[in-house]
Write a protein of this length. Structure first.
Lengths: 365, 268
């Protein structure tokens, strides 16, 4: 871990990045996978500015004493690189919120250290949290009786930035999140989804360099969620914003995150790039539909491959078989020998949700 | 971080910006939601009416003779209640809204933010209490010595100690959420402090409000000016104010520290 990344917040001042915003606006979320692949070998500005934004080491937190004590976080350690977006996944009660609150100093861990941009939060919490902001699930996070813009200005000031100097940034943020029209409306008059967006905007308004977002897309419609994902990507890529994001929405995680941490029962059970997690997942399955799939044919397939489902259709049978890679050739041979003409074939790749369910089930054992 | 649209870098905010933001927010709430302030004025005046007319029925001339003292005491009481409840309720709400943490994480540190909030509450309370005072004087046909500088300094220092209690109560509410409403009852204890017999028992001067109340009586009833008080008496007033404010803030800090250990900070 490089310590120099932690000092001086100005290294992210990326005047060397000419107005690239026009490009990124058009970039669709679908390009996420491509970007992830590309970012590995691409020494762009943010990795050069680099360093470790968040370093967590051996953090443990136990609530209550005695027999009914709960080990909420169990010796957790990870690092988050500056300018990256890391997802935190886990079933309810896995310890995600306690972990985030521990990193934020809202919960004091029993053991372990947390460093933000190289600064130990226990020793120098003011300096450590100077460029950090957070949006926690269930929190309003802003003042409902102030207008949207007043909130942005207020919280920019509280986080140490002269609001006049970031007025343009606020305008753009409001514009991107489709809030411009409501800029001068008191927050309490807005719908739930809009309030959510204001809350996010106020977190992004102050120029924080590390932000924690707990379920940021909860209650947002698809369009708003996409806009938010794009804006997060843009801020990470252009301005070196570091994001730790927790969500139950796998699509959001898959689309925006460079890396995913999976928690189960207080421990981190996986820590990898989204692609790696998907690649490392248990092999795919093949679904074959054909009128020729009679009992003999199914039995023939069963002899060689694990069959996970046999469904009867109006016009034939649907067979779900676990097979991937070279096994596919063998499967086709078996089918050909049994005289089966495949009407429809499709392969099913495991998605993040499958990986997640598999991991947390293992972790639970 | 730079913005790519305007090319100008964000400038850091100073204490001036912070003060402006906190006071401006208080101002906006005050003008945008006048019902809260008006409600406070009406309720205070209603209680005073009951006290005054009811008392006159019971005590007759005796009450009319001491009406000046009662008005001054009541004025200080509305100030104290305003400062105490606004800061303790404010902390309670901010915890619920999840905005308190954002103030705790500020690079300014929480203390300046809290003090500015306290100052904003005091200014707001002064505005409301002045209206109440004016109506009380009109209603009873009483005249008082209204030397503004003297009154503002003495009364402000008096209620700083109560502001400290407000911080302590707010902190305790963070830990034990249900206790909040009980702590509101403390405001009735302020009556005892304001009417404490400090001449007979000088040690009572060390309690919040008591000494300040006595000084304010002399200022408003007898017309003593700020610079005509004994320096030792003013020093004691300052000492009590700073002492309770510091103590209250320390209790607040310890409570939030404990809340973080127990993991109950930010449980919405």
């Amino acid at each position: 871990m490089t310590e120099q990344g932690g000092v001086g917040g100005e290294h992210t001042g990326s005047s060397d990045q000419p107005a690239a915003s026009g490009l990124s606006v058009d970039r669709s979320v679908d390009a996420a996978a491509e970007r992830r692949r590309g970012s590995d070998g691409d020494p762009d500005a943010r990795t050069a500015a680099g360093g470790t934004a968040i370093a967590v080491e051996g953090v443990t937190k136990r609530f209550n004493e005695g027999p009914d004590s709960v080990l909420a976080v169990d010796d957790v350690g990870f690092e988050v690189e500056t300018g990256s977006i890391v997802g935190l996944l886990g079933p309810n009660g896995a310890g995600k919120t306690t972990l985030i609150k521990s990193v934020l100093g809202m919960v004091i861990p029993d053991e372990g250290t947390v460093r933000i941009r190289g600064i130990d939060v226990g020793d120098r919490s003011r300096a450590a949290y100077a460029n950090v902001d957070a949006m926690l699930e269930g929190a309003r996070n802003d003042y409902w009786r102030l207008t949207v813009r007043e909130n942005l200005r207020y919280f920019a000031t509280v986080s140490g930035v002269d609001p006049d100097s970031v007025a343009d940034r606020h305008d753009r943020l409001l514009d991107r999140l489709d809030l411009a029209e409501w800029a001068d409306t008191p927050v309490r008059k807005l719908s739930r989804g809009m309030k959510q967006k204001v809350s996010l905007a106020s977190v992004l308004a102050g120029g924080a360099e590390v932000v924690f977002l707990d379920e940021p897309t909860l209650g947002l419609d698809v369009e708003s969620s996409r806009t938010l994902q794009r804006e997060l990507r843009r801020l990470a890529e252009e301005e070196g914003l570091t994001v730790l994001i927790s969500s139950h929405d796998m699509d959001v995680i898959e689309a925006v995150c460079d890396r995913v941490l999976v928690m189960s029962e207080g421990r981190i059970v996986a820590d990898d790039a989204v692609d790696e997690l998907l690649r490392g997942a248990a092999g795919g399955t093949v679904v074959v539909e054909s009128p020729d799939l009679d009992a003999d044919a199914v039995a023939a397939v069963r002899e060689r491959f694990p069959v996970t489902a046999v469904d009867t259709l109006d016009w034939g049978t649907r067979l779900t078989v676990e097979a991937s890679g070279d096994d596919l050739y063998d499967l086709m041979d078996v089918l050909a020998t049994a005289g089966v003409t495949p009407e429809r074939i499709r392969t099913v790749e495991p998605d993040l949700e499958d990986v997640f369910v598999g991991l947390t089930r293992e972790g639970g054992r | 971080m730079s913005t790519d649209t305007d090319g100008s870098a964000p400038r850091p905010a100073g204490y001036y910006h912070l003060a402006r933001a906190v006071l401006y927010r208080e101002f906006l709430l005050f003008v945008r939601y006048p019902a809260n302030a008006i409600g406070g004025v009406v309720i205070s005046l209603f209680f005073f009416g009951v006290l005054f007319y009811g008392g006159r029925m019971l005590a007759g001339q005796a009450l009319t003779d001491s009406i000046e003292g009662i008005i001054v005491g009541y004025f200080l009481w509305t100030l104290a209640v305003g400062a105490y409840s606004s800061i303790s309720n404010d902390i309670g709400s901010e915890v619920q809204w999840g905005t308190l943490e954002r103030h705790v994480m500020t690079p300014f540190g929480f203390a300046p933010v809290a003090l500015l909030k306290g100052a904003a509450k005091v200014v707001r309370t002064f505005l409301i209490s002045s209206v109440i005072l004016a109506v009380m004087l009109l209603l009873t046909g009483t005249t008082l010595q209204l030397h503004v500088l003297t009154i503002v300094v003495i009364a402000s220092l008096s209620i700083l100690s109560v502001l400290g209690l407000g911080f302590a109560a707010g902190g305790i509410t963070v830990l034990y959420k249900r206790i909040g409403s009980w702590l509101n009852l403390l405001q009735f204890g302020f009556v005892v402090l304001i009417s404490a017999p400090v001449l007979e028992m000088p040690w009572l001067k060390l309690l919040p409000l008591a000494h300040g109340s006595a000084l304010l009586q002399r200022a408003m009833v007898d017309g003593v000016r700020l610079w005509e008080f004994q320096p030792t008496e003013l020093a004691l007033l300052v000492g009590v104010a700073v002492g309770y404010l510091g103590l209250g803030y320390a209790v607040f800090q310890l409570s939030t520290q404990r809340a973080r250990r127990l993991g109950v900070l930010g449980d919405y």
